[in-house]
Design a protein around this ligand. Structure first.
Ligand SMILES: C[S@@+](CC[C@H](N)C(=O)[O-])C[C@H]1O[C@@H](n2cnc3c(N)ncnc32)[C@H](O)[C@@H]1O
Length: 235
């Protein structure tokens, strides 16, 4: 490119520097404070979360057989439960991957991590490795897992674009990203969901596709009414 004067050259250089700075700017939180209850939880709080997350009145607990069938986990797979919480799915995942597989139970809450470590010891979950992550990085090695399961957690991502980049790196080529989250439909969803969730399924799907994942399907799972399951592939 030819510049007609030193002033034009300076102008172009400034513009490109500004563009570079914009590209490097850290992503802003899309929902500040949403993880406060988990980040500040005590051991007593975790017992309350066990009751909330693992009770049969919760769709995700009651529909676990259908969700597991849709995930199609094979023996020997290495998989991650990102935002594992109290570890509801860890015994099921350990059974599905078998003796040659590995489950990474990942969370950012120190109290959840303590609880997960205790659960692994108490229930002999020897195929489960607990990983403490950050709000911007899933804490997994590059190309290390065949499936990442994100249940009731994507809407807790404060930095979805940055998190999705690290998830993309962690998934092996051809690996599956599975998202379970709440439907958020104006006039239909409960007020709590409308307030708590920053967006609904279509927005989340678009964000995930924009991060480079290919949409595979939305399997219908018996017992999931307020929640949906979306499956994506890392190309
Ligand atoms: C609503 S709980 C769901 C727990 C579990 N997946 C379940 O469905 O029972 C959300 C969990 O995600 C964790 N979390 C929030 N943001 C996260 C992030 N960026 N990476 C990993 N975990 C996250 C929280 O600490 C919390 O344990």
């Amino acid at each position: 490119m030819a510049f007609s004067s030193p002033r034009a050259l300076l102008f172009a250089a400034t513009l490109s520097l500004l563009g570079f700075a914009a590209c490097q700017a850290p992503e802003k939180s899309v929902k500040p404070g949403i993880n406060k209850p988990f980040l500040e939880a005590t051991a007593e709080d975790i017992q309350v979360f066990v009751g909330i997350f693992e009770g049969e009145s919760r769709e995700i607990a009651a529909a676990s057989d259908g969700i597991m069938a849709a995930l199609n986990i094979q023996p020997g797979m290495e998989i991650a439960d990102l935002g594992a919480g109290t570890g509801l799915y860890e015994p099921l995942f350990q059974k599905a991957v078998g003796d040659d597989g590995r489950v990474y139970a990942v969370d950012l809450s120190p109290a959840m991590i303590d609880h997960l470590n205790q659960r692994v010891a108490d229930e002999n979950l020897d195929r489960v490795t607990v990983v403490e992550c950050s709000a911007t990085n899933c804490g997994l090695e590059n190309d290390s897992v065949d499936l990442i399961y994100i249940c009731d957690t994507y809407h807790h991502f404060e930095y979805p674009q940055t998190s999705l980049r690290s998830i993309y790196r962690a998934l092996r080529s051809g690996g599956t990203l599975a998202i379970v989250d709440f439907e958020r439909i104006e006039g239909v969803s409960r007020p709590w969901i409308m307030n708590h969730m920053r967006a609904g399924k279509d927005v989340f799907r678009a964000e995930i596709e924009a991060a480079g994942f290919e949409f595979i399907e939305e399997p219908m799972v018996d017992g999931l009414n307020e929640n949906y399951l979306l499956l994506f592939r890392r190309p």
